[in-house]
Design a protein around this ligand. Sequence first.
Ligand SMILES: [Mn+2]
Length: 333
Amino acid sequence: MTHRIITHASCMDGFCSAFVFKKYLAQAFEVNQTKLEIIGLKPNDIETETVKIESRDIILDLPPAKTPFFCWIDHHTSNRDAHVKAHHQIWKATPSCTGLLCDIAQEKQITLPAAVKEFRHAIDIIDSAAYNFEDYKECYYPPQNPEKLSLLQKLHAIDAVFSTGDFQLNQELFSFLLQDPLPTAPQDLFDMHKLWIERFYKARLQSYQEWRTNIDTYMHFDTKSHCVIQDDRKAKVKRGLPDRFYVFAKHRNAIYSINIKVVDETVARIGIGTNIFEKPTQHIDVGATCKEVGKKFGQGSGGGHKVVGGCEVLVLNVDAALEFILEKMRNGN
Ligand SMILES: [Mn+2]
């Protein structure tokens, strides 16, 4: 019986979920781990059924398929009430899907090595953006000691391998790293392939720096709305790869960030976040605001959580939408 693991592509949590399932949970689910194919997909591929899901598929860190399949394990709030036609189905609001898999292993009395338990804390930080300022500095800037990377740094280095900006290459490297034999814990992959993984990481860190230098030319802090605005329409050139936490590293006392990106000739995407380092206690409901803005200035697409969200608006409405959001932030509601 051949099973496939379908997991979240280009995502460290999706990657580690596949690792932990294959290495530690396959047997408990009566799955033959030597014949396990691993496929990375985007949530949208499942929702629009661009890939045919088979009856023996195991879907991790993704929304469930509409057709019957074997096993679904996920932690995304948006999938909580999903209608699932799977033989095994487990949903729980955990910081990472990998962490949920570790919990399941424990419930099934599978002993996880110390290295995996230690790793679990790190993947929880990564997938729920629970970095403190020191963690951020450690992972997004050249390492103080390149010869001895920390656990978080090793995981970021592995992530750099399948986040190159070329989706097909990412897919190749993603499944390559998950081939047999798997080491004890995901971070051991770094030591296994150190010579080339550290080059991916070095390049990635340089790309972050190029991006930060470029973004500095047009990102600005609007003190009245407590918001840092990154309007990509103002970019003269495109450089590097986004460092998603930089806004709040640069503006430590900001509450919000807004990011505007034109997608095509009619649609622009607006992302709103709150300060991950300071964790402001009072702020507007970002998800609700995004939903409202998507309806008012776009074709209805928008939503998210209390602290982070996104929406799509019409290109011709971008300025009005931005003003609407900033006004809410100024009033604090
Ligand atoms: Mn996840």
